[in-house]
Ligand binder design. Structure first.
Ligand SMILES: [Zn+2]
Length: 416
């Protein structure tokens, strides 16, 4: 399958880009359309690598707007956990379908997810054609907690292994406060044996740090390190309360911290991600939305802007986190675990076409406008693995998915 985008802007040049078998095969001004190519006329469009959502719970679109403006624990205890107790695999499938539509419509080509019924999430991602790093949340509850956690870990790997070329299985210990150190060690060992990455919430709130020190005598980053969870394929979500020695160790291991600035501000986690400490220690960084219940959007354009602005504000320095660096982080190019690429020969053909003549992108520098002025609505076309997944902002099946999710959300949140 060959796709050619003619006369498209890439890095301030007008080029033709040819994609063969899911990979960018040629980029340049002299590239010709061949017989049988699917052709997109790229005039008036600029191509950018697809955005990578480095931490989300996609199916939580079902709970968008449910329990807004509550504190974290009452929100979880009175709204999210009771509603999640009713979740079926089909609910997760439809919630993820909606998430994929929203992500495609805002230029996201890969998402790193942690959610229940990962096989249903995988089915939705594969059918939507969106690349996904998937794991089940692993928690230890009650006396049978340890064996249930091990069963969940093994069965999720079995369900996701070989599911689709678009799906990469991972192991998802929920957090250091929901999984014991010995189970975390077991998960670290299993990840090495099965050659898969690890995705965990880490150091989101001050209370998590205080409780971890009280229970285990070490901070969450040290505990994750001791349990063998840190490596180049590890995703650490949040990291708001990491201290410089934890940052240094995370930097050495190559693990990625995904920052979720909108979710952190909405839930008032009390501290912005210490971005400059992470940079000083060479830490790999990604950007995520977190779930739609705590954001409430999956449009990473909003998170890009808030990320850059929050860091400038928190550090009292407008030169911190310039637009081009924000875009590099949001496209996964600062993280081995998230695996983003520039639009160059040999890279996976995961990209978006932006119509650059729109009011919010006129005039000024296009990259800066994408970060500071745009919303996801500027994205016209999305290609993933060399296949067109959205064209002219049309995504297959949108009406059906919206109707299903409305009905399912009403059932899940009824009676509260
Ligand atoms: Zn999360």
């Amino acid at each position: 399958m060959t796709l050619t985008v003619t006369d498209v802007r890439v890095d301030d040049r007008v080029v033709t880009m040819r994609v063969d078998d899911g990979v960018i095969a040629e980029v340049g001004s002299g590239v010709e359309v061949a017989n049988g190519d699917e052709v997109i006329d790229g005039e008036g469009f600029a191509a950018f690598p697809g955005l990578v959502n480095g931490h989300t719970h996609a199916a939580m679109t079902l709970f968008r707007g449910y329990g807004d403006d509550l504190a974290l624990m009452p929100w979880l205890e009175t709204r999210i956990w009771p509603a999640e107790a009713k979740l079926t695999a089909d609910d997760c499938y439809w919630g993820t379908r909606l998430a994929c539509i929203e992500m495609l419509k805002s230029g996201t080509t890969t998402f790193a997810d942690m959610y229940w019924h990962p096989e249903a999430v995988a089915r939705a991602a594969a059918e939507s054609g969106v690349r996904a790093l998937l794991c089940a949340p692993l928690v230890e509850k009650g006396p049978a907690g340890r064996s249930a956690l091990q069963d969940d870990a093994l069965s999720s790997l079995e369900a996701l292994d070989g599911f689709s070329p678009l799906v990469t299985p991972m192991l998802g210990p929920h957090a250091v406060y929901t999984v014991s150190p010995s189970a975390l060690e077991w998960i670290g060992q299993l990840a090495r044996e099965r050659d898969v990455g690890v995705h965990i919430h880490l150091s989101e709130t001050r209370r998590e740090v205080d409780d971890c020190v009280a229970a285990h005598g070490v901070r969450p980053g040290e505990l994750a390190d001791r349990c063998g969870l840190l490596g180049p394929r590890t995703i650490l979500a949040h990291g708001c309360w990491l201290d410089p020695p934890e940052m240094a160790r995370i930097g050495e291991t190559g693990a990625t911290i995904t920052t979720n600035p909108v979710s952190n501000m909405k839930l008032a986690t009390g501290r912005h991600f210490p971005y400059l400490d992470a940079v000083a220690e060479g830490v790999a960084i990604g950007l995520g939305t977190d779930g739609a219940a705590s954001n409430n959007s999956l449009d990473l354009f909003q998170d890009m802007k808030l990320f850059a602005l929050a860091q400038k504000f928190a550090n009292d320095d407008p030169s911190v986190l310039p637009a081009a660096e924000t875009l590099a982080i949001a496209t996964g190019q600062r993280s081995p675990a998230l695996g983003g690429h520039a639009l160059e020969v040999g890279a996976p053909a995961d990209f978006m076409l932006v119509r650059y003549g729109t009011p919010e992108l006129t005039p000024g520098d296009l990259e800066a406008n994408l970060v500071y002025a745009a919303s996801g609505a500027v994205v016209d076309t999305v290609v993933i693995d060399g296949r067109v997944r959205m064209r002219g902002r049309h995504v297959e099946g949108e009406d059906e998915v919206l109707a299903e999710v409305r009905a399912r959300a009403a059932r899940l949140t009824a009676g509260e």
